[in-house]
Unconditional design. Structure first.
Length: 629
RNA sequence: GCCGCGGUGGCUCAGUAGGUAGAGCGGCUCCUUGGUAAGGAGCAGGUCGAGGGUUCAAUUCCCUCCCGCGGCUCCA
């Protein structure tokens, strides 16, 4: 037993029975068990001695088992709705589960029918019965389903082939499973879609049903509430509602920043620019278009052409730049360079165009035109480490300002790479050292680096736990060679610089999208398009309100007057919906003693404070780039 | 790009078993002069995504295209 106690039980006693006897109060949470650490069903009969332990939803394994059982239940339901569907695989996922079927396209009606079948089957409490069968028996059992036959053929020769029986439905499965379908009361189907088998173009089209499952209906309800809140935070809806940005049919993936959205972009740029100045960067602007030959030199022509916008002008082909690097390379190479100039840090915030696949563009988080807080650092090998450390420090400062938590991913040498393995190893070791020193968690993605060098990607999780890549730090040993870049070192010899391609926020488009979802549109005051809205109670207070607005505007604040003929309640509501962080009300009471009634967006209560304090509070919060509370 | 599903006033949506459309919010006008999330009335606003086909007649049925949504793949 987990508590080191030893028990003697009759031969063939199910492990579940032994565990419930051992911990009767917790027995309801036991989904499966471990016998000598191997996952087994609760019905697993004990015939030899060994260690036993329960598996609950709190364990990673327990989640997986519940999810997996839920997937099987869905398969059973699908078979009832569309009898000639051929189930393929139904794994658990990070969030829940999915099951892919080789079948005709699902319709919304099918999906409804599957949902109600699932609900009914939960009520039946049918057991998941395990059975180990000979390979020949399995082949016979699944002869109508070529996918399952393939899995049987792929199974290792010694491996036992197990099937699970649920009512009349039999599925090939390693298990284990929860004891019966009654354990799946917290199941919920999220949706269906078509996917390509193996993820490769031209593969077989499968129908995927996705869902989530929890041990109890209460946990499911909590999840659904959270999910509903997340949907209300969708940056596409917020962007429209708050008039931050828009798209038109004629420009798929090309964002329009509307006046209010542009305020956010400019404030973010200012935030980044202040840092660049402090850290010794220079800013440049290079052309948006280059002749084909530049991209041939940079390698884009070979590796990225299909993602570029091209245009033929005067019998030459020009490409719209998808990245800023070629321009910076040309600047570095425009004259002889000395080691005394390094590190040379060139920042460029130019519009980039990338012909992203049409099916992938998504609001602001995936667009075809974007601007990054981009820079290229020309450094010596000895300077790489201090530059990367400085970048990691800046990332910490930046993301903390936005109250975003982040993690790093280190991508190492891919199969196809250029350069010397020894150089790669030194570079990877340097990056790892920097990451270790940062104290921020990171994971390593072996073989995921670019062909020209290893990289660190920055991932930010939004409030729903979805992960997004924002910034990146990429070491590049190749592009300087391709552009024949050199500097003269203290030894009098010419050397190729190393280039660090880096962005911190990534693209302003994606970053604003993430920030909106993270804050539900309640941006910190320094970023809010309108920081303060002044609401005079009645007409006779309008003049004083106007004076307050004028005063705060002169101090550089973004402030509006709300003097419509609507009731005060209506105007407060509008200000709340517009996500204005400070809502100031002026009436008789306030005019009497030069005070203001201040309501913070998202809170119910208002506080009354002297006008002078209001001004200082707002200015201070904005200057510190702080959140209100 | 691939698969599936959609596209009706500015927004969110209803509707038409083929006979050219409605609501709420928003906008405008008027009344109301308000005390912290919706005061009242009236008015304006739509070639029902685009093109083609079938039909006496198409927003509705069929085809093609465009755009969007959910996934796949890819990535800032």
């Amino acid at each position: 037993m987990p508590d080191e106690s030893r028990h003697q039980v009759p031969i063939g006693e199910p492990i579940g029975k032994v565990l419930s006897a051992w911990a009767p109060t917790k027995a309801r949470t036991f989904l499966a068990a471990r016998f000598d650490n191997a996952p087994v069903d609760l019905s697993f009969p004990l015939v030899t001695s060994g260690s036993v332990a329960p598996v609950t939803f709190e364990d990673r394994l327990g989640k997986e088992i519940l999810h997996h059982s839920a997937a099987h239940l869905v398969a059973k339901a699908v078979m009832e709705v569309v009898p000639d569907a051929k189930p393929t695989v139904g794994p658990g996922t990070e969030e829940g589960f999915q099951y892919d079927f080789d079948m005709r396209p699902l319709t919304p009606e099918d999906f409804e029918a599957v949902q109600s079948a699932v609900r009914r089957m939960v009520g039946l409490r049918e057991p998941f019965g395990r059975q180990e069968v000979a390979r020949e028996v399995a082949l016979e059992l699944f002869k109508a389903n070529p996918h399952k036959l393939q899995y049987i053929h792929e199974a290792a020769p010694g491996e036992p082939i197990s099937v699970y029986r649920t009512g009349s439905w039999v599925d090939l499965c390693r298990g284990p499973h929860v004891p019966d379908t009654g354990w799946l009361g917290g199941i919920h189907l999220l949706g269906f879609s078509a996917v390509t088998q193996g993820g490769e173009a031209g593969g077989l089209t499968l129908q995927r049903i996705r869902g989530v499952a929890f041990p109890t209906r209460e946990e499911l309800a909590a999840y659904l509430t959270l999910r509903k809140e997340a949907e209300a935070r969708d940056h596409r809806a917020l962007g429209q509602r708050l008039e931050l940005f828009m798209f038109v049919e004629e420009g798929p993936g090309f964002p329009f920043w509307l006046p209010r959205g542009m305020v956010i972009v400019r404030e973010l740029e200012r935030f980044v620019m202040e840092h660049l100045r402090a850290d010794g960067y220079s800013e440049v602007r290079t052309p948006l278009l280059f002749a084909q030959s530049v991209f041939e030199t940079s390698g884009h022509w070979e590796h990225y052409r299909s993602d570029m916008f091209l245009s033929a002008i005067e019998n030459r082909v020009f490409g719209v730049k998808p990245m800023n690097c070629p321009g910076s390379m040309l600047i570095f190479g425009s004259r002889a360079r000395s080691y005394r100039e390094l590190p040379l840090r060139l920042a460029e915030f130019a519009p980039l165009h990338r012909l992203e696949a049409s099916g992938t563009i998504h609001g602001m988080t995936r667009v075809r035109e974007l601007v990054q807080d981009d820079a290229h650092l020309f450094v010596t090998e000895e300077q790489v480490e201090s530059e990367v450390r400085s970048l990691l420090a800046w990332i910490e400062q930046a993301f903390s300002t936005f109250r975003l938590s982040w993690s790093y991913e280190l991508s190492t040498r891919p199969k196809q790479f250029l350069g010397e393995p020894a150089v790669w190893e030194r570079a990877e070791a340097t990056l790892r050292r920097c990451l270790d020193a940062s104290g921020v968690p990171y994971r390593i993605s072996p073989g995921e680096g670019a062909f020209y060098g290893p990289k660190i990607d920055i991932h930010v999780k939004d409030s729903m736990g979805r992960s997004w890549q924002t910034g990146t730090i990429q070491l590049d040993y190749q592009m300087p060679l391709r552009f024949r870049l050199e500097y003269q070192g203290p030894d009098g010899q010419l050397h190729a610089p190393i280039v660090i391609h880096r962005t911190i926020l990534g693209s302003f488009e994606r970053f604003v999208g993430i920030l909106l979802e993270h804050t539900a549109g309640r941006l910190p005051p320094w970023l809010a398009p309108v920081q303060l809205r002044v609401l005079p109670v009645g007409e006779r207070h309008a003049e004083a309100a106007r004076a307050l607005v004028k005063e705060l505007f002169a101090l550089g604040l973004r402030v509006e007057l709300s003097v419509s003929e609507e009731t005060l309640g209506k105007r407060v509501r509008s200000a709340e919906l517009d996500r204005v962080p400070y809502i100031a009300v002026l009436g008789d009471r306030e005019l009497a003693d030069a005070s203001v009634s201040l309501r913070l967006a998202g809170r119910k209560e208002a506080v009354t404070l002297p006008a002078k304090e209001l001004r200082e509070r707002i200015l201070d919060t904005v200057r510190r780039r702080a959140f209100e509370a």
